[in-house]
Design a protein around this ligand. Structure first.
Ligand code: GLN
Length: 506
């Protein structure tokens, strides 16, 4: 593990500019480290030849003193549910195991235009349905912070973007892209001790992100600092003619103030009482209280607020998710792309065998349940009702953010209820139960489309990261990340713990 992989993007960029480091050298090291940390299973596929070629091109730009951006020559990783031209994109599923898209997702092409280097595609739960990165056909991803990475004593990385979180936490790349439909960026960020941002719905294009729940999917960002996260957001955000759900207004790049310029006196922080829920670990609760106190001492107004429909979120999400999944998954029929079964008895049989072979149990269950919920006799009772309750959940947020006399700017909550669970405990639960516990704090933000960020705060007694979540009203990323940056500076969490890295490399 070389020290420069632990730098922030700004520092690497200035080292590229003055020649102390080169994109080629850094990329070479990143590839070496990724290979030596294969035990984490963060990557489904490394792309070393491509990465070294892109690094060489970047190096030439630096030699000509014409870098494309601050991200030029910076190794990044992308979750394997974003299309990458000529690089397989599998969704960790047998259905897409041999799928090679001819085009890049918008997020990927914007990162390429900025000169970043694609180190590889990262692991996930199949089709991003999960909260642990435990059921990929390529095997589960491990958490670098595990006390013991061997046998059955290791911890999950969280999910579904566990590979991206794990790669950033292990210092294999400076940032990674994930997706967030119900918490899949924030949850693994929380467990792996890195920053995980879910932007406002529509701020970042979904074009080329293989859909899970179109009305909630958002590309997410993993980084080891809030500043690095902002740099990536500034490159990928903004309208896209290829995604009609992107917000039309031009994106104004964020610029965070220096920490000592941040004044919390005019900021009001809400603590939603409903997030103090069953299953919240005492350590997470203590961390939450402590940060609320620190904010208050620094002059912020901290008050308890209520989001009364929070507990309904898990059920509503589950219904809407399965209904949209049923519709989205219809495209995998063995005809146009993806897996095709060797079954020529009839077209119907071909569809059926293809889908039976291609999908895992989780995907099949969601398709079946979704179709059941959408039956004419059930549609109003479940789907329509869920949409109405979704509206109530979104209105809860609007009320606390916009009511004149009691408005708050930022909500502070836990991200996950506990530290990262042991794989053996987590995998004893069904996918449904896993998500019901893991996503309690994260799903409401997807339901309302608002931005949310998870930041690591401290280590638990077991030496595992504990994180908190901040949420704000839509398109208020500037304030959200400013407060996150302030907290980050107070807690000085070391995202890269070298002891863990050495143990993992052995
Ligand atoms: N755990 C949730 C699910 O399985 C969220 C997944 C996600 O955000 N991609 O649906």
């Amino acid at each position: 593990m070389r020290r420069h992989l632990q730098f922030g993007i700004k520092q690497v960029h200035s080292s590229y500019l003055d020649g102390r480091l080169s994109p080629h050298l850094v990329t070479e090291q990143a590839v070496k480290d990724a290979l030596s940390l294969r035990t984490l299973n963060a990557f489904i596929r490394l792309t070393p030849e491509l990465a070294l070629l892109q690094a060489k091109e970047s190096e030439e730009r630096f030699q000509e003193k014409q870098p494309k951006s601050e991200l030029d020559g910076i190794p990044i990783a992308v979750k394997d549910n974003f299309c990458t031209a000529n690089v397989p994109t599998t969704c960790a599923s047998r259905m897409l195991q041999d799928f090679v898209p001819p085009y890049n997702a918008t997020v990927v092409s914007r990162l390429r235009q900025a000169g970043t280097v694609l180190l590889g595609k990262t692991n996930l739960d199949q089709f991003a349905m999960g909260a642990g990165t435990v059921d990929s056909i390529y095997g589960p991803t491990k958490n670098i912070w595990s006390e013991d990475l061997s046998k059955d004593k290791w911890r999950i990385a969280g999910g579904s973007s566990g590979g991206s979180a794990s790669a950033v936490a292990a210092g294999l790349c400076y940032a990674a892209i994930g997706s967030d439909t119900g918490g899949s960026t924030r949850n693994p960020a929380s467990y792996c001790g890195v920053v995980g941002l879910k932007p406002t719905y529509g701020l970042v294009s979904r074009h080329g992100l293989i859909p899970l729940v179109n009305s909630m999917d958002v590309p997410g960002i993993f980084a080891r600092s809030v500043n690095d996260c902002v740099k990536v957001l500034n490159v990928i955000a903004g309208p896209d003619s290829k995604d009609s759900t992107t917000i039309r207004q031009p994106f104004r790049k964020l610029q965070l103030p220096e920490v000592d310029q941040i004044n919390l006196r005019s900021i009001s922080i809400g603590i939603p009482k409903e997030y103090h829920c069953l299953g919240l670990s005492p350590e997470v609760l203590a961390t939450w209280t402590k940060i609320a106190d620190i904010l208050e001492c620094a002059g912020a107004k901290v008050e308890q607020v209520s989001l009364p429909h929070t507990a309904a979120s898990i059920f509503v999400y589950s219904i809407l998710n399965q209904c949209e999944v049923a519709s989205n998954m219809a495209r995998y029929d063995g005809i146009e792309y993806g897996h095709r079964a060797l079954d020529e008895r009839s077209t119907e049989q071909l569809y059926a065998t293809t889908r039976a072979e291609g999908f895992n149990q989780v995907v099949k269950t969601r398709i079946l349940t979704g179709n059941f919920l959408l039956l004419r006799k059930n549609y109003q009772k479940y789907f329509e009702k869920a949409l109405r309750v979704r509206r109530l959940i979104a209105e809860d947020f609007s009320k606390v953010f916009e009511t004149n006399n009691q408005a708050v700017d930022i909500l502070l909550t836990p991200t996950t209820l506990t530290e990262a669970p042991l794989f053996r405990d987590f995998s004893a639960l069904s996918n449904r139960d896993q998500c019901a516990v893991q996503d309690f704090c994260t799903q409401p933000a997807n339901m309302a489309g608002i931005p949310a960020v998870s930041i690591p705060v401290r280590l638990s007694q077991n030496g595992l990261p504990l994180s908190l979540q901040l949420m704000s009203k839509s398109l208020n990323e500037q304030l959200l990340l400013t407060v996150a940056r302030w907290i980050e500076a107070q807690v000085s969490f070391e995202c890269l713990e070298s002891g863990q890295l050495q143990a993992a490399e052995q």
